[in-house]
Design a binder for this molecule. Structure first.
Ligand code: HSE
Length: 372
């Protein structure tokens, strides 16, 4: 059985991965070893494995014994450990949820409903590094995979509405704390039968501008606000999150860099764990009717859940709340824009922690169990 070491299993993406692997009985198919960066020698989670204590995640000798390292620990860990593993001649697979090795020529990006054969060919031809892709990229490609398979997409403009979870557990907590502070300042006013809304607005605005609101992680209020900046900035005016869209999508699709043009604004909003995106798609051929486009979108993969373009269905099925905790890729608000028949508008929502992070990693482990 494949000896698979898990690092970062206690973190947010790691915990979601552990739960999915337990629910899917994946641990029965492999020999798990749990590592820690902070609690070496402690008790490992019980997944029925032989190794009951936590090994040191920085112990290169211990890592060398593995057939596969799965890390959801983050990019700093990968950047620290990978050079040492290479020097020590590590021959196993490295499955990484972080962005550290995504653009490396030595890595394949994992999103097997889209690039299964690229992954399997990679395993067979000796590629050892498999990186999880950026969440918005994975969720977008899953949403439009039918259109891509039919070679209908000329370019994509994406406007994202990214949940707090994409920034981390501390950010999720901070958003909720901000909501609490904001509510508290007007809780009494809200009990009035006929409160003065402008007075409420003044109080809320004052608290949002004050130092009483926790902003350590976001650097600004997210509650009652939107933050149109995610990750670092680049010289061309994009943020790194925006840059990832085209770079990673083309790599996943096996295209030469920049073949499929993708760009737009990435925006943090106050939803908790599912990312939404409004896509404007320039079709190569605008002849297809909306009914045909619906069929094409539905045919993309088994997780696409098509939502009819009406208000009740949209509010019920095309929101972060409706998708949270599921593997559904909701796709709706599908219509041709008044710009012309070639311009398609789509709104899509997917869980950032599942298809956006843990699920491609879980499925990659299973592919390795089968082929490695
Ligand atoms: N960079 C993403 C975000 C996380 O900030 O939402 C998912 O890759």
């Amino acid at each position: 059985m494949l000896r698979v070491g898990f690092i970062g299993w206690r973190g947010m993406v790691g915990s979601v991965l552990m739960k999915r692997m337990q629910d899917s009985q994946d641990f029965k198919k492999l020999n798990a070893v749990f590592f820690s960066t902070s609690a070496v020698g402690g008790v490992a989670p019980d997944m029925g494995q032989k190794q009951k204590t936590l090994l040191d995640a920085y112990d290169i000798k211990a890592l060398l014994n593995l057939d596969c390292i799965v890390t959801t620990q983050g990019g700093d860990y990968t950047n620290k450990v990978m050079p040492q593993l290479k020097d020590a001649g590590f021959k196993g697979f490295f499955v990484d949820a972080s962005s550290a090795l995504r653009v490396s020529d030595e890595s394949i990006l994992i999103l097997d409903p889209i690039n299964y054969s690229q992954i399997v060919n990679g395993i067979k031809s000796g590629t050892k590094i498999y990186s999880g892709s950026n969440c918005t990229v994975s969720l977008m490609l899953l949403a439009i995979s039918g259109l891509l398979k039919h070679n209908l997409v000329e370019w994509v403009n994406s406007q994202t509405y990214q949940a707090a979870s994409g920034a981390g557990a501390n950010n999720m907590r901070e958003l909720l704390s901000q909501c609490g502070v904001m509510h508290e300042v007007v809780a009494k006013d809200l009990q009035d039968k006929n409160p003065d809304i402008l007075d409420i607005d003044r109080k809320v605005s004052a608290i949002l501008h004050s130092k009483q609101l926790p902003t350590e992680y976001f650097g600004a209020p997210l509650a009652g606000n939107v933050l149109p900046w995610i990750d670092s900035g680049l010289d061309n005016g994009q943020t790194k999150e925006e840059w990832k869209g085209m770079v990673e999508a083309n790599k996943i699709l096996g295209f030469a860099p920049n073949t499929l043009k993708i760009d737009g604004n990435c925006v943090r909003v106050g939803s908790l764990r599912s990312h939404s995106q409004a896509l404007t798609i320039k079709l190569k051929d605008g002849k297809a009717s909306l009914d045909e486009i619906e069929d094409i979108i539905k045919s993309g993969n088994e997780w696409v859940r098509f939502v009819k373009n009406n208000k009740p269905d949209t509010l019920k099925y095309l929101t972060p709340v409706s998708v949270n905790g599921t593997l559904d890729i909701a796709v709706g608000r599908v219509r041709k824009l008044n710009l012309g028949d070639d311009y398609l508008s789509i709104f899509t929502v997917g869980d950032q922690l599942l298809w956006g992070a843990a699920e491609p990693i879980r499925r990659m482990i299973n592919i390795l169990v089968e082929y490695a």
